[in-house]
Design a protein around this ligand. Structure first.
Ligand code: S3P
Length: 433
């Protein structure tokens, strides 16, 4: 394996089995939330194993611009929160980079503050949908504007007094639900959030563990009272969405047997494990404990021939579709991914970008308006492109690692937003005997 910094290209020669035990970086979604909740709490929060990528750094810098004191070393991050009232109007524009999570969740935090915040981002973030978060925040009383009437970034938030109410979300989204929850903590009165389908529930688990009065009325409805979370101490568990790439790599590369240790096993995050099991993979999870309301444990995956299946993201996965699409390319038969229009508005149009990259390997793929049809086969090595999307880059690396021969992934540096050391960790896992 070689990475050329100048060309920002990764070269891999496969097949290389993955063996031994490895750890992936801390969960990105929990890391964002831990920083935001630490900022809204009163007192010192200590967070270790924070996700290393640029996305989480954007949230950290944004909070510093809002006046929160944060000290981060290689091992631990300390957030000195002083409650929402202590947040200050930022002197400049907040640049969320590539991070939709930063922009949407932060919009919820500042919606309750009576100052002006401007949130911007890179070219990819600038075309991602924002009405899904702007509309419900407006319904609580926040004044928010943005390009195209608030449908696109940059967002301009002039927060203020919010009133709790029943809010029906237009999309099932962990980011949007979190934004509304963070605003609701600062509102007058109770807020009820109704989703069209369940989404990831880290924020609910964390808020309950931190003493906020929050109740799940059913699997799509949560009720929250205004309040402040207590400061937190958290060793962030490994990111299941990162673990998925290594698990798939092990499932499709003959001779592999890999354990990914200390991963967050929240059921809303590991639907992809069930999908792989359905495809015939030898993969299982073993819970070993709980951390701030989250189940944590190991995922073990070994090589086994796979067969095609039907995948519906509502089953508890979305960020893992690029990895699952690679599993489908190496499986016998057809895999259909459907009801997945959200893929079109991620860091890239993932229906288009997955199609292009699998076709590179000689795999027949048909795009659909809301999904893909993948005819598995014998993928050959390819000259892949990341399309500026970290998960497309990592999926390409997983495919390259399993195919026989030399492949390259151009635009490799896009992994920096979530998993800068992915290539090093892959090299270590394939070097273990
Ligand atoms: C996230 C929720 C998902 C996911 C994103 C992180 C979160 O997005 O794709 O990577 O941390 O809540 P949506 O909320 O848009 O579904």
């Amino acid at each position: 394996m070689s990475t050329s910094e100048a060309r920002r290209e990764l070269t891999l020669v496969g097949p290389s089995p993955l063996r031994g035990t490895m750890h992936v970086p801390g969960d990105k979604g929990i890391s964002h939330r831990a920083l935001l909740l630490g900022a809204l709490a009163r007192g010192r929060s200590r967070i270790s194993n924070l996700a290393p990528g640029d996305d989480v750094r954007r949230t950290m810098h944004a909070l510093e611009q809002l006046g929160v004191q944060i000290r981060a070393s290689a091992d631990e991050c300390t957030v000195r929160g002083a409650g929402p009232d202590a947040l200050r109007e930022p002197a400049g524009v907040i640049d969320c980079g590539n991070s939709g999570t930063t922009m949407r969740m932060l919009a919820g935090v500042v919606a309750g503050r009576s100052f002006l915040t401007v949130l911007t981002g890179d070219a990819s973030l600038s075309i991602r949908p924002m009405a899904r978060v702007v509309d419900p925040l407006r319904s609580l009383g926040a004044r928010i504007d943005g390009r195209d009437g608030g449908r696109l970034p940059p967002l301009v938030v002039r927060g203020g007094a919010l009133t709790g109410r029943r809010v029906k979300l237009g999309v099932a989204s962990g980011q949007v639900k979190t934004a509304i929850l963070l605003a609701a903590l600062q509102a007058e009165g109770v807020t009820e959030i109704v989703e069209p389908a369940p989404s990831r529930d880290h924020t609910e688990r964390m808020l309950m563990a931190l003493g906020v009065s929050l109740e799940r009325l059913d699997e799509r409805t949560v009720r929250v009272e205004p309040g402040e979370p207590s400061p937190l101490e958290l060793d962030v568990p490994g990111d299941p969405s990162s673990a998925a790439f290594f698990a798939v790599a092990a499932c499709i590369t003959p001779g592999s047997e890999l354990v990914v240790g200390d991963v967050c096993l929240n059921p809303t995050r590991i639907g992809w494990v069930d999908v792989l099991q359905r495809m015939g993979a030898r993969i299982h999870v073993a819970e070993s404990g709980r951390r701030l309301g989250e189940p944590v444990g190991d995922i073990t995956a070994e090589y086994s021939p796979l067969t095609g299946t039907t995948i519906v993201p509502g089953e508890g996965m979305i960020d893992e579709i690029p990895a699952l699409a690679v599993a489908a390319a190496f499986a016998d038969g057809v895999t259909e991914i459907r009801d997945a229009a959200e893929l079109r508005v991620k860091e890239s149009d993932r229906i288009g970008t997955i199609c292009q990259e699998l076709a590179q390997m000689g795999i027949a793929v048909e795009p659909r308006a809301d999904g893909l049809l993948i005819r598995g086969g014998r993928p050959r090595p390819g000259q892949f492109k990341s399309h500026g999307d970290h998960r497309i880059a990592m999926a390409a690396a997983v495919a390259a690692n399993a195919a026989t021969g030399e492949s390259t992934v151009r635009g490799w540096s896009s992994v920096a937003v979530s998993y800068p050391a992915f290539a090093d960790d892959l090299a270590r896992a394939t070097a273990s005997r």
